[in-house]
Design a protein around this ligand. Structure first.
Ligand SMILES: [Zn+2]
Length: 341
């Protein structure tokens, strides 16, 4: 029995590093504030911000699945033994909240999951149906990966597809058992956590990437976590309010900060990316409105606006920009024309 217990201990210890698969790179932005930069995965994980408070830890965003959040929890334990007390969902998108369950799972007492009222409502109204929808569509996605793998001849491509298939199957099985965990504490405009060593302001500054985006702002440390209202990739606009978004970014820029932890991509310095995104949205909307006003069909607008924006913005956004810009033009066309097709 003693021997069995010893063996079990060894097994658990040796399993621990495997369970804590490194999905994130932790970067200390200022003392006690970390950016957890998500490594590439088949199903994308968002970044997290980790803020050490006097008596606990605050985390911004929980990634696409509970196991990813649990992997981050293991990494958090390497920098602090304080318990996580607050989790903020920056908005309702799947890659930012679907890991929520892991936090009350790890600290059953005393976790508050914070979001704007709009985000909690959107998780209930749109997040939950999207999870159910994905459970229905994942088998087709997996079959497609299997078919692609069967056809692949290049060893490198084969290895990538094999790994994607593994991750897709794991994600699917996790999705089926996932308990959607809603925010437990909501607010309309701002919620401020006051501690001796830090103040953390969770701010809704207007509609942007969604109707409920919040910024998490540390005034003393001059750090802001911006979710997908601002990040290091090309903006995704599917559920966005483009005109409001420009205004909301202006509101955020009024705050005094030096470091930005976005929902994706690397940590950013200063306000340059805010200016870039505002200008990009203006050009996207203006170019698309001009094209529409001159009778362009959606297909003509795609070509014409993409050419104009690529000329101005390639090199300023990641290299996927030529592909990413197309759904943005489609969104702008819908906004301008009112048409959904
Ligand atoms: Zn995201």
């Amino acid at each position: 029995m003693k021997c069995l217990r010893a063996l079990l201990t060894v097994l658990i210890l040796s399993a621990a590093p495997l369970a804590a698969e490194q999905l994130f790179d932790l970067k200390e932005v200022v003392p006690g504030v970390y950016a957890a930069i998500a490594r590439p995965q088949y199903k994308v994980n968002c970044n997290a911000a980790i803020v050490l408070l006097d008596d606990g830890v605050l985390i911004v965003d929980t990634h696409s699945k509970p196991s990813a959040a649990r992997a981050l929890i293991e990494q958090i334990k390497t920098v602090t033994d304080k318990p996580v007390k607050f989790v903020v969902n920056s908005h309702f998108h799947w890659d930012h909240y679907q890991g929520n369950q892991a936090y009350p799972g790890s600290w059953p007492a005393g976790i508050e999951i914070i979001s704007s009222e709009a985000t909690r409502e959107s998780i209930e109204r749109r997040g939950v149906p999207r999870v159910k929808h994905e459970i229905l569509t994942m088998p087709t996605e997996i079959e497609k990966l299997k078919a692609d793998l069967a056809k692949a001849t290049d060893p490198k491509q084969k290895a990538t597809l094999q790994e994607n298939l593994r991750q897709a199957e794991e994600y699917f099985s996790e999705l089926k058992t996932m308990q959607v965990t809603l925010p437990s504490l909501t607010f309309d405009r701002s919620l401020i956590i006051h501690r001796k060593s830090r103040t953390v302001a969770v701010l809704w500054l207007g509609k942007a990437h969604t109707d409920g985006d919040v910024f998490v702002y540390l005034p003393r440390e001059k750090v802001i976590a911006s979710g997908d209202a601002l990040h290091g990739w090309t903006p995704y606009m599917g559920d966005s309010y483009p005109y409001d978004w420009i205004h909301t970014l202006e509101e955020a820029e009024r705050l005094d900060f030096e470091y930005v932890i976005g929902g994706h991509g690397d940590v950013m310095d200063g306000k340059g990316t805010f200016e870039l995104w505002r200008q990009y949205f203006r050009d996207l909307l203006d170019e698309t409105a001009d094209a529409y006003a001159q009778g362009a069909t959606l297909d003509q607008a795609r070509k014409r606006v993409a050419a104009a924006l690529q000329a101005k913005y390639s090199g300023k956004f990641p290299e996927t920009f030529p592909k990413d810009v197309i759904p943005n033009i489609e969104k702008a066309y819908r906004v301008v024309s009112g048409a959904t097709e």
